[in-house]
Design a protein around this ligand. Structure first.
Ligand code: PLP
Length: 366
């Protein structure tokens, strides 16, 4: 038995016809950039996220970057970021000329430790980027309270959490603005690169709309210096075809995760994700933790099960951030996690038999 880490094919069957129609519609439309498909997807995704605005953009990193730019964040400013995250959450801050200020994760959720944020706030802090890592919503309430008290923006990096809910409310609507990625393997994926921003702040949305398109206020009239970070019509049409299936695919991911719990609970030295009791987790990844990670990784790979680590090198240890002198600070929890975590195969319609097979291997290993 060979099990890939991720397989797009089973969910692609659900939308085969609607995607073919969408592609054909765009091809015949003669309207390929910022047309009706982008408008329609923006309306659909805003309504799905329960926000008043959505702006389609080129990818998740550009979404984060445009939010920061839209908020006027730049050189001299500091933005609090999780130390335990994908590099892009930091890159967006660096591209603005601002400084990412990392905060260590909570032991049980791996998301930013909300009790450690306040000590990282300085007179230069402008915003907090909250990442809903692996599809699990960060504990927003204490973050929003702090942000309120210190007048900070709260930016959700929702690239791994499309459709998740926090106390009943959708991810994307919880802070000042949210960045989504539709990279093909995300919970909602395009047929290439794509991203979006959701926000209830109409002025911010309007500014971001200009910034994604050269800073144009109207055609060929630029009110400020912008970029080309647009979402194109083909990707928007594909995303509109897939969006109605997102909740079903997330349900399927939940089923896969409960199968993993069923077969893996009770093993010594293998730690499963601590269960989220009330919030809707959307299981972008199923990440286990063990001191014997490297050996387990080889064992599974040798038996045909593809596994990955998210992420093997934390941002502060990347050569790209060597200039930031972060190595001298200790982010021991993040470093330990990066040496102990292992992501098991996870995608909609991963079969019970596959999960059982993977789990049996892990039990044998244990
Ligand atoms: C994927 C991802 C991004 C970047 O999205 P792209 O579309 O690949 O640019 C940012 N943050 C997190 C947490 C991600 O998982």
């Amino acid at each position: 038995m060979k099990i890939p880490f991720f397989d797009l094919a089973p969910a692609a069957k659900d939308v085969e016809d609607s995607i073919t129609q969408a592609l054909e519609r765009v091809r015949r439309s003669n309207f390929l950039i910022l047309g009706p498909e982008v408008e329609r997807f923006e309306a659909d995704f805003a309504s799905y996220c329960e926000t008043s605005n959505c702006v389609g953009v080129s990818n998740g990193l550009d979404a984060l970057f445009l939010i920061l730019k839209g908020l006027g964040i730049g050189p001299g400013d500091e933005v609090i970021v999780p130390s335990n995250t994908f590099l892009a959450s930091w890159l967006a801050v660096s591209h603005c000329g601002a400084t990412p200020v990392p905060v260590e994760p909570n032991d049980s959720t791996y998301n930013i430790d909300t009790t450690k944020i306040e000590e990282a706030i300085t007179g230069r802090t402008r915003a907090v980027i909250v990442v809903h890592l692996y599809g699990r919503v960060a504990d927003m309430e204490p973050i929003l309270q702090l942000a309120d008290h210190y007048a900070l923006a709260v930016i959700e990096d929702a690239a791994q959490a499309h459709g998740a809910r926090y106390r009943g409310r959708r991810v994307g609507s919880l802070g000042t603005a949210a960045a989504f990625s539709f990279y093909p393997t995300k919970n909602l994926g395009a047929l290439g690169d794509a991203g979006a921003i959701t926000t209830n702040n109409g002025d911010l949305a309007a500014r971001i709309r200009r910034l994604r398109n050269y800073g144009f206020q109207q055609r060929y009239v630029a009110s400020e210096i912008g970029w080309n970070h647009r979402l194109d019509e083909i990707q928007a049409a594909v995303l509109s075809a897939k969006l109605p299936w997102l909740d079903r695919w997330n349900m399927s991911r939940r089923r896969v995760s409960s199968d993993y719990y069923k077969y893996l609970e009770g093993l010594e030295d293998i730690f499963l994700p601590v269960k989220a009791l009330t919030d809707d987790h959307v299981w972008h990844l199923f990440v286990i933790r063990t001191k014997f990670r490297d050996r387990l990784e080889s064992y599974l790979k040798n038996h045909g099960v593809d596994v990955l680590t998210h992420y093997p090198i934390p941002p502060h240890l990347q050569e790209a951030y060597a200039h930031a002198a972060l190595k001298r600070k200790s982010f021991t929890k993040t470093e330990r996690l990066s040496s102990e975590i292992l992501s098991l195969p996870m995608y909609p319609y991963l079969s019970v038999q596959s999960v059982e097979f993977i789990s049996t291997l892990i039990r044998e290993f244990a």
